[in-house]
Design a protein around this ligand. Structure first.
Ligand code: ISE
Length: 352
């Protein structure tokens, strides 16, 4: 069976997903495209031999669309995901599932009531990056003992989309929140936000920002987000364990020595850095939808958890102090919230 996929949002990420799906993923085809700018939908549809449709509603309802990818503006996600659930169609929604936890909870409720199983997946593609996957395998196996600290950096050349200081948290930091919880197998229970010295080149938001995330199993993750770092797209991660460290390898094909400088070139944005991850993520989604294959894909519940942590960070930014993350309705009564999580009460944030 060939899965006929409809794409909502033909911008930077939608275009990338559609091209990856039609060039590199077996068993699926891009059948229809829609965008708030019809000319963008027309152009992408013509390139891929798909049908341009006038609206997200038309696309979700279309008889020849079996499943949907949502790559529209963050604010449109919840309504569109809810419509997919109503239509009983599997949907891969770009992160964040929705910018507010109330919207995420509505989605989870609707999915439960529809009773067709997990229709919703969320595009936390780092889970498929080969180097992140290798790190997670080692963390799960405790090959270097217990993880004790995570150090990370998330840097963009320039911020996209717009969104101010809170946008950095709800749109970009959600990746790091999901990464920390997924890598450690334990949800984030407490956070603190810090402003670094403001870059004079940036006027629309605090940039860089530093976030601290405390997982339920007591590990601290310290991550800087610098969305206008100018020099290149860069994601760095290190998991410090009791007997050694695990470090993410950048996806460079070659190291170059020239003019007294040795090193690898950097990608201009996330599409190149995470190209393999996007391909593997889409492949896994198609296999899951068509063959019921198990997958590392983030669920709607994971989407809710990351948005709850982003909200706590926004609160910490406003109040200038550590904030406990509100426990999600889906996790009520659960001592541990992720597979492999260590079941224990988190310690209070400790500054000593
Ligand atoms: C962007 O929306 C993404 O999804 C990228 O993966 C991320 O690195 C970037 O910070 C976001 O703005």
């Amino acid at each position: 069976m060939t899965l006929r996929v409809g794409l909502i949002g033909a911008g930077v990420m939608g275009g990338d997903h559609a091209r990856t799906l039609s060039r590199h993923v077996a068993g699926a085809t891009v059948a229809a495209v829609t965008d708030i700018d019809p000319s963008r939908a027309d152009q992408l549809a013509a390139e891929l031999g798909a049908t341009p449709l006038a609206s997200a509603e038309d696309l979700i309802a279309a008889q020849d669309v079996d499943a949907v990818i949502i790559a529209s503006h963050d604010a449109a996600h919840a309504t569109q995901v809810l419509a997919c659930i109503e239509a009983g169609k599997p949907v891969l929604c770009e992160k964040p599932l929705a910018p507010t936890s109330a919207e995420c909870e509505r989605i989870i409720d609707a999915q439960r009531r529809r009773g067709l199983g997990a229709l919703v997946s969320v595009g936390f593609m780092r889970r498929f990056h080969p180097s992140f996957t290798a790190m997670k395998l080692q963390v799960d196996a405790r090959s270097l003992g217990e993880p004790v600290l995570v150090l990370g950096s998330h840097r963009n050349v320039s911020s996209y989309p717009t969104g101010g200081s809170d946008g950095t948290l709800s749109n970009s930091a959600v990746h790091d929140i999901d990464t920390a919880a997924w890598l450690l197998g334990s949800v984030v229970v407490e956070v603190e936000w810090f402003a670094a010295r403001q870059s004079a080149l940036v006027t629309d938001r605090q940039d860089p920002q530093l976030i601290h995330l405390r997982s339920a199993n007591g590990v601290l993750a310290s991550i800087d987000l610098f969305l206008n770092a100018q020099y290149g797209y860069d994601v760095r991660y290190e998991v410090v364990c009791e007997r050694g460290n695990l470090r993410l390898r950048p996806p460079a094909l070659v190291d170059t020595d020239r003019d007294g400088v040795s090193g690898h070139s950097l990608h201009p944005d996330w599409r190149g850095f995470f190209a393999d991850a996007y391909r593997l993520e889409l492949t896994s989604w198609v296999e899951r939808v068509t063959q019921g294959r198990p997958s590392e894909l983030a669920t709607a519940e994971d989407g809710l958890r990351s948005t709850l942590v982003a909200e706590a960070l926004i609160q910490s930014r406003q109040e200038g102090k550590p904030v406990r993350v509100r426990r999600s309705t889906v996790d009520e009564g659960q001592p541990s919230l992720m597979p492999n999580a260590v079941v224990e009460q988190p310690e209070r944030w400790s500054h000593t």
